[in-house]
Design a protein around this ligand. Structure first.
Ligand code: WQD
Length: 341
């Protein structure tokens, strides 16, 4: 059984991916500093997987600590989720983001090289795409970033490309997520934002359970059918499967891989009002909202072309927006305070 290191494995997408790996005959070791998650996720994962999970509470920027783990385990590959990911916070605290996100990946790559582990799946983001591309977005479209968070994703992709160009032993896949949504069907793991949510879905569900009074819809004057911005929502379980398939490809030595970027989205766009309406169907009541000004930096629409994911990974999204809303709602009602005790 191959052992995979998952950094940030107790986070939202990381935890769902850990479950997917365990369900598909991989051994998993998690490292996490719990800066944006909780140790109780491990208990939930062990309950769902029906087996113990090895987890180390370390920061991947701590080279000595990371080396201890590479000394103890022989990894076939790595999936790296460890990174700060709040766009707004990255604008306010750029040094925090550059230091954590860039030092983290550089330390990880250095230790990987020292221990001869050359397969890495990297958690990237659709925010690396320039705003003036035609929709849907294709992997070789123009790239441009306008905030430190997105810049750390793009810079990391460029680093991986350079490292792969310099030595063919490296095998990298960068998965560009569009808008992750939903939760594991059990309702036992899900998105648990610290403080006031940034993203739309947790905001909606927290309004629905009465934790937050009203949803602000950021702008209704876009050039879209109902005036609100359009996004490509993809179920977190579909994302988890995408990571497993990317890892399978890297570990298949017959497959020639150096550095590939792959979109993971549903290929379907929904407006903010359409998402609200889908949630209202699931929770069977109205979501109170008011229209406010656009949020700085928001794009009018973002839509994934997922042809490459189908061709390279044989990956296709299985879940619809209704599934994402149902699964998000189940998680929210079972865990009104997320992972906070
Ligand atoms: C979705 C839509 C908002 C909240 C972000 C990051 C991106 C990625 C995914 C990490 C937009 C609108 C939202 C609210 C609203 N994260 N909205 N009221 O901005 O598309 O992408 O999350 O990789 O990097 O940028 O997601 O969920 O914040 O917003 O009207 O209270 O909902 O304007 O149109 P976004 P989001």
């Amino acid at each position: 059984m191959k052992t995979i290191l998952v950094t940030g494995g107790t986070g939202y997408i990381g935890s769902h991916t850990v479950l997917e790996l365990l369900d598909n005959n991989y051994n998993v070791v998690i490292v996490d500093n719990f800066s944006n998650s909780s140790p109780i996720v491990k208990n939930a994962l062990e309950k769902l997987a029906g087996r113990k999970i090895i987890l180390y509470n370390i920061d991947i920027c701590d080279k000595k600590a990371l080396e201890q783990i590479f000394k103890k385990h022989s990894f076939s590959g790595i999936i790296n989720f460890s990174s700060y990911k709040a766009v707004g916070e990255s604008v306010a605290l750029p040094l925090k983001y550059y230091n954590n996100n860039m030092k983290g990946i550089l330390t990880l790559l250095e230790v990987m090289e020292n221990y001869k582990v050359f397969n890495l799946v990297f958690s990237s983001s659709a925010t690396v795409y320039a705003e003036d591309n035609e929709m849907p977005l294709v992997e070789n479209d123009k790239l441009s970033t306008d905030n430190p968070y997105a810049r750390t994703k793009l810079m990391t992709e460029e680093i991986l490309q350079d490292v792969a160009d310099a030595d063919c032993k490296w095998r990298f896949i960068a998965l560009r997520y569009f808008n992750p949504l939903g939760a594991h069907k059990s309702g036992e793991i899900g998105e648990s934002p610290n403080g006031i949510p940034n993203n739309l879905a947790p905001f909606i569900t927290q309004v629905a359970i009465g934790k937050i009074k009203q949803l602000s819809v950021f702008g209704a004057d876009y050039n879209t059918p109902d005036g609100t911005a359009i996004r490509d929502y993809v179920h977190v379980n579909d994302l988890a499967t995408g990571h497993k398939l990317a890892l399978d490809l890297l570990l298949n030595t017959d497959a020639a891989v150096s550095f590939e970027t792959i979109n993971l989205g549903s290929g379907k766009g929904y407006s903010v009002l359409e998402v609200i309406s889908e949630f209202e169907k699931v929770i069977e009541r109205k979501i109170p909202y008011h229209i406010t000004a656009r949020r700085t930096g928001d794009m009018e629409q973002s839509l994934a072309d997922i042809t490459k994911a189908a061709q390279l990974l044989d990956w296709r999204p299985r879940y619809q927006l209704s599934d994402m809303c149902e699964d998000s709602w189940r998680w929210q009602t079972r865990h009104p305070d997320g992972y906070k005790q």
